[in-house]
Ligand binder design. Structure first.
Ligand SMILES: [Zn+2]
Length: 136
């Protein structure tokens, strides 16, 4: 994969590929450990709870709460200049793990700490579908 110097985008590597393949199908999924049945994010080669190395990817509800966010008013990469101001948020999924993402729609217009969110997906970029969050 050629690095995009215009805008940083997630890297598809062997560990994260199952996440991005499902996102391309507009499915938010997490890895569940086949030994202790706990989930975590980001994907890792070993379960952070029991160190087992086999996972089952399961779709999740897509429901989350807003933990934190920041609004950027300066383009640190040329590729985001047209999107200013843009936000970066941290959400806590109903299943527990937290994701870094972007707010869209009503959540982007009026974010509130702890607000209920739902996942949606953006096809804004040609090579990757990103899960983003809107008000539930
Ligand atoms: Zn485990």
């Amino acid at each position: 994969m050629t690095p995009d110097i215009q805008r940083p985008l997630p890297d598809r590597n062997p560990i994260s590929a199952p996440f991005w393949e499902r996102a391309d199908q507009r499915v938010l999924a997490l890895p569940w450990c086949k030994k202790c049945d706990q989930t975590h994010f980001p994907p890792s080669p070993r379960c952070p709870y029991c160190l087992h190395d086999a996972f089952e990817w399961r779709p999740v509800s897509g429901r989350a709460t807003l933990v934190s966010w920041v609004v950027f008013h300066r383009a640190y990469w040329d590729g985001v200049a047209a999107e200013l101001p843009y936000n970066v948020c941290q959400v806590e999924l109903e299943e527990g793990p937290r994701l870094i993402s972007n707010l869209v729609g009503a959540a982007k217009e009026a974010p509130r700490h702890g607000m209920a969110l739902k996942v949606t997906f953006t096809d804004r970029y040609p090579d990757i579908t990103l899960p983003v969050f809107d008000a539930a």
